[in-house]
Design a protein around this ligand. Structure first.
Ligand code: AKB
Length: 310
């Protein structure tokens, strides 16, 4: 374990910011090299400027730091991705192919790749969505992640690259901002509730989506990456569940802590994206293969968010 050298791509994002800190605690500050297009807001260890489309730049960083594991978090998410579909496809797909090819060439021992509930579509069963089903996503982000899952599986089968992946639900955390996603409302609402005691939600009140608290999200990622390779039966991407809630349910939970809090609903284009996704996830294979179990429900998430943000 001590000899691992980790390179994280897209580390300035919502999950990367928190995951980098967790990995630095586990492996040591100098063993985790973060990278992104820009410097991070708060530097917590070695950081490099890297565009994921620059495959030579990626390979030189692997050589420079003798990298053994890559966490490839760089992507354009569901809502922002719709503004420029071709650019989203390019960044999401070419970025992944650069990582997979560098992974094989440089003999990287483990790669982490996040997929998402955005791979689901209108034909996917909405409740307790199974690991495998009809997946016809409506966003370019979803299309790219579904293709990516299959590329990860292909590189594992064909080249033996140890790529591991989970389908993240919407992630809620106090440590970082969410950006460009359809589930972002569930983070924004806390900041607005504390600042202004009101929030205008871009989804309808009863839009139920799968969500996960940041602590569970980070733990799931670390536990999957720690699991023994031969226990992993899914090499596309594991279904992962935390909890499911609607904007109205979240608002009423927040009201228990901030009695005057008010919410109004002004749905925009993101409503159609959310309506195409699942309401809840069957993650029994993750539970069986690597003992996954979420700890946070809506009540605990709300209290923890407000305690930290206050
Ligand atoms: C998004 O809303 O696009 C992301 C996701 C569910 O992958 N948070």
């Amino acid at each position: 374990m001590a000899a691992e050298k980790i390179l994280m791509l897209g580390a300035n994002g919502q999950i990367g910011t928190v995951l980098a800190r967790a990995l630095r605690e586990k492996f040591g500050v100098e063993s985790v090299i973060t990278s992104d297009l820009r410097e991070p807001d708060q530097q917590s260890g070695p950081h490099e400027i890297l565009n994921v489309l620059d495959s030579d730049g990626l390979k030189s960083l692997i050589d420079k730091y003798q990298v053994t594991q890559i966490y490839h978090l760089a992507a354009i998410l569901s809502a922002r991705g719709e503004k420029d579909p071709m650019n989203t496809w390019k960044i999401n797909m070419d970025g992944l192919m650069n990582v997979l090819n560098a992974g094989v060439e440089k003999k990287i021992t483990r790669v982490f790749y996040p997929s998402t509930i955005a791979i689901f579509g209108p034909s996917t069963p909405k409740k307790m969505t199974p690991q495998e089903s009809s997946f016809i996503p409506t966003t370019v982000y979803g299309i790219s992640k579904l293709a990516a899952e299959n590329w990860c599986n292909y590189y594992h089968k064909r080249y033996g690259l140890d790529v591991r992946s989970v389908r993240y639900p919407g992630v809620v955390g106090w440590q970082s901002e969410a950006g460009g996603g359809t589930t972002d409302y569930a983070v924004e609402i806390f900041h607005e509730a504390l600042k202004h005691k009101k929030y205008t939600c871009f989804l309808e009140a009863d839009t139920r989506l799968p969500m996960i608290y940041m602590d569970d999200c980070i733990r799931a990622t670390v536990e999957l990456m720690d699991a023994e390779s031969d226990k992993l039966t899914v090499r596309t991407s594991y279904n992962l569940a935390g909890m499911s809630f609607t904007p109205a349910e979240l608002a009423s939970e927040i009201k228990k802590h901030i009695p005057g809090f008010e919410i109004q609903y002004v749905p925009d284009f993101r409503q159609a994206i959310a309506a195409s996704w699942s309401e809840s996830i069957d993650d029994s294979i993750a539970r069986k293969d690597w003992d996954w179990k979420p700890e946070f429900d809506l009540e605990r998430l709300t209290k923890d968010m407000l305690d930290h943000l206050r």
